[in-house]
Design a binder for this molecule. Structure first.
Ligand code: 3HC
Ligand code: NAI
Length: 708
């Protein structure tokens, strides 16, 4: 038997233990090991029943995701061959009890459903999360789950990919019994109880499959929901098709239908992109010069300076994680306003059923409002979120230096200012770091952690870990203007504006990028964030603009007219009282007039050009950032864009998308834009090199990783 699977006995009960840390994935060797164990159990007359359990922290968390890349690259010819094993378990002459703790996900739940019974600890979770990897269950999950849980629950679990907790799984019939206390002992006792009795085979349990008429509205609703919530993704629709096959075909035919859909999804660009994202989200937490065992500073209490748009959301993140916050403002009115917004946000979540009133009250009780720095000496970390301005930031940091205890982390939420200059206002620059949250800070998953030149390893490691504690994806970035995300966003939005000035309509540009998969078009995004934000920054940095370089001409003039976007009722669009965007013919006329005055030729522009101009502007700037070392890896840039800027996950992020298109093709197109539009389109040297070498950003990441 393989080292990954062990067979032992507790008198008449056989125990199969899977030992493939960290998550007992079904890597090569595991299915073979289980198969051999089942053969032995079948032929051993002393064994009356069996328990299958995961060693370590979890049951089986699914197929080994690393194998999928090998399959699509042709390095693994066997594919995912779990189906015969699952039939073998189901056909075992002794009942097999699956004992679940941790997570039974994907192939793990499929394995569990092939057992005759399932028991679980109350903290266990089960799910078919495959759609989050751009695939569907590939080992009869779409066929066995509706037989256990019913069609409606199965279609939902397979299409949205979200796990459910053990108590719900028990109610649905996925789990037969909850075990309090020791799982193995409970599972063995359960196995002894059912030994010798007829053992149900999931594949033969057709009672919950429903009728064609009853199921039709369930599938229609699931498809509509997936169209809305997982726009542009093929896997959710395929998962629904596969569950529907379960209701219309025999089990064997249903499995064949599922296999076909699984393979189609697995070989798609979407799945490759989403698998890249899965590993990328874990990769970003690895910082080459900061070892895993770097000491972490315990953050048991925090303070937030400024209870405005960002300070309020940041406070919510901390108290949601149970960390009390001292929230400081300059005057009572601002403090009351800030607290009222926080309460309103929580109340909305309570209304929508996301939180209970009790949860809200608990969280709010963790916020201590204040107008002074008096109690700052006790906190482990401060996040500054006052107005954007260097003089004010330095004043605040000077004060923090005076009042905070040694070792406290002093973080700034600045979006544009130099962290080193802010740190220079203190006597402890090693404790200063940027924590750049995204608006709305209580919702957006991205946290750019900005490394100052003196930020200590402990402070960086702590912020990286803290990002997880507060439910964010932390990405370490360097201290350049705009850091990673906003630095790239500049050229992206610049091109969107140029396109309008060259004759495209505002709506056409937004639609092209929305259809590409962006959560919102670039011009509508500007209206949402406030056009005045960029306008103010541009005014401040005007002296840095290169003479003769083309600058967008419309947005600043819209701001001069008081059209700041949604907050003033008009920007690129007009907004009704419900903040619904309506196209504004006045804007079209104004932009045409301004363009004519500037001598910009008008032409028909294809949506393909709109997408290329905006997305390749991201890619080109991303390549510069990467080469200059402000992002550690191309995948870090991808994770920033997916979590902070609404880039479609099924395209893997801008750098992965460029790899998918082919860097030579991207480079050639950028060279064309360079000829047409001048030096703002000069290709990034790294892009040029990789394109000429026939390489990819992904290969660049891997090469550097291998070199350490
Ligand atoms: N295959 C390969 N590696 C996996 C893996 C998997 N299924 N699941 C997790 N890992 C790796 C991670 O990459 C990470 O590696 P690293 O330490 O080198 O970065 C390590 O295991 C630990 O993972 P996490 O950091 O994510 O640990 P957490 O404790 O935070 O989360 C988890 C554990 C909830 C199991 C989470 O890892 C997870 O959701 N995993 C993916 C589960 C999944 O998608 N399963 C379905 C796979 S597809 C499938 O089964 C197809 C089938 O239908 C045929
Ligand atoms: P805001 O104007 O909504 O809030 C700033 C708050 O700080 C105000 O309530 C003000 O009274 C308070 N304040 C000013 N001086 C103070 C002091 N000395 N002590 C305590 N409170 C003080 O501003 P917003 O939008 O929340 O921005 C804050 C910071 O976050 C800025 O640095 C900004 O660049 C950054 N940021 C903003 C984003 C956004 O989308 N709004 C996104 C990411 C970062």
């Amino acid at each position: 038997m393989s080292d990954l699977v062990h067979l032992t006995k507790d008198n008449d009960i056989a125990i199969i233990t899977i030992n493939n840390p960290p998550v007992n994935a079904l890597s090569p060797g595991v299915p073979e090991g289980i198969s051999q164990a089942i053969e032995q159990i079948d032929s051993d007359p002393a064994v009356k029943a069996a328990v299958l359990i995961g060693g370590g922290r979890t049951f089986v968390a699914g197929a080994d995701i690393k194998e999928f890349g090998k399959i699509t690259r042709g390095e693994n010819k066997r594919g995912v061959a779990f189906l015969p094993l699952l039939l073998r378990i189901e056909d075992c002459s002794k009942p097999v009890v699956m004992a679940i703790h941790g997570t039974a996900f994907g192939g793990g739940l499929e394995l569990a459903m092939a057992g005759h019974y399932r028991v679980a600890v109350p903290s266990a979770q089960v799910g078919q999360p495959e759609v989050k990897l751009g695939i569907i269950p590939g080992a009869a999950g779409t066929q066995r789950l509706p037989r256990l849980a019913g069609v409606e629950a199965a279609v939902q679990m397979c299409a949205d990919g979200n796990p459910i907790k053990a108590d719900k799984a028990l109610k649905l019939g996925i789990i037969d019994k909850l075990i309090e206390g020791d799982l193995l002992a409970g599972a063995v006792a359960f196995a002894r109880e059912i030994a010798g009795k007829p053992a149900p085979k999931t594949r033969e349990r057709n009672q919950k499959l429903g009728t064609a008429e009853g199921n039709a509205p369930i599938f229609a609703a699931a498809r509509e929901n997936a169209n809305k919530k997982q726009r542009g993704m093929m896997a959710p629709q395929a998962a629904i098709d596969a569950v529907e096959a379960a209701t219309k075909l025999s089990f064997e035919e249903g499995c064949e239908a599922e296999q076909k859909l699984f393979v189609e999804c697995l070989f798609s660009d979407q799945s490759k992109a989403m698998i890249h994202v899965f590993f990328g989200e874990r990769e970003v937490s690895k910082i080459p010069d900061i070892p895993k065992d770097t000491p972490i500073i315990p953050v048991k209490s925090a303070a937030v300076v400024g209870a405005g748009t960002m300070g309020g959301g940041i406070t919510m993140n901390f108290v949601n994680a149970g960390i009390p916050v001292l929230l400081k403002e300059t005057d009572r009115a601002a403090l009351d306003r800030g607290l009222a917004t926080i309460k309103k946000n929580y109340a909305n979540s309570v209304k929508r059923g996301r939180f209970t009133q009790e949860f809200m009250d608990q969280r709010i009780s963790l916020i201590r409002p204040t107008l002074s720095y008096d109690d700052f000496g006790g906190v482990d970390m401060v996040i500054e979120a006052v107005f954007e301005g260097m003089a004010l930031k330095k004043e605040v940091f000077g004060e923090l230096d005076r009042v905070c205890k040694a070792g406290a982390i002093l973080a700034s939420n600045t979006s544009t200012l130099n962290i080193d200059e802010i740190a220079s206002a203190t006597s402890r620059p090693e404790s200063v770091i940027g924590t750049h949250f995204f608006s709305p800070a209580n919702v957006m998953r991205l946290l750019e952690i900005v490394r100052g030149k003196a930020s200590s390893k402990e402070v960086i490691a702590t912020c990286m870990q803290l990002s997880k504690t507060i439910g964010k994806v932390g990405v370490l970035v360097g201290n350049c203007r705009g850091f990673v995300g906003n630095r790239m966003f500049g050229p992206y939005r610049r091109e969107a504006q140029f396109l309008v000035e060259e004759g495209a309509s505002v709506e056409a540009v937004d639609k092209a990028l929305y259809d590409f998969g962006m959560a919102m078009g670039p011009l509508a995004t500007g209206d949402l964030a406030g056009l005045d934000v960029g306008w103010r920054i541009r005014k401040e940095y005007r002296h840095l603009e290169k003479p003769g370089e083309r600058q967008p001409l419309a947005e600043d003039q819209l701001c001069e007219m008081g059209r700041y976007g949604q907050k003033t009722g008009s920007g690129w669009y007009k907004y009704d009282e419900n903040r619904r965007a309506v196209p504004d013919p006045e804007v079209a006329e104004l932009v045409a007039k301004w363009a004519a005055e500037a001598g910009i030729a008008q032409r028909q522009i294809s949506s393909e050009e709109m997408v290329d101009r905006c997305i390749y502007a991201l890619v080109n700037e991303g390549a510069r950032i990467l080469e200059e070392g402000y992002a550690l890896r191309a995948v870090d840039i991808d994770i920033v864009y997916l979590n902070g800027y609404g880039f479609p996950v099924y395209r893997g992020g801008p750098m992965w998308y460029a790899d998918t298109i082919g860097l030579k093709k991207v480079y050639d197109r950028i060279k064309k834009f360079h000829q047409q539009h001048g030096d703002i389109w000069a290709p990034a040297p790294l892009l040029e090199r990789l394109a000429n070498e026939g390489s990819t950003f992904d290969a660049y990441d891997k090469e550097r990783l291998a070199k350490g």
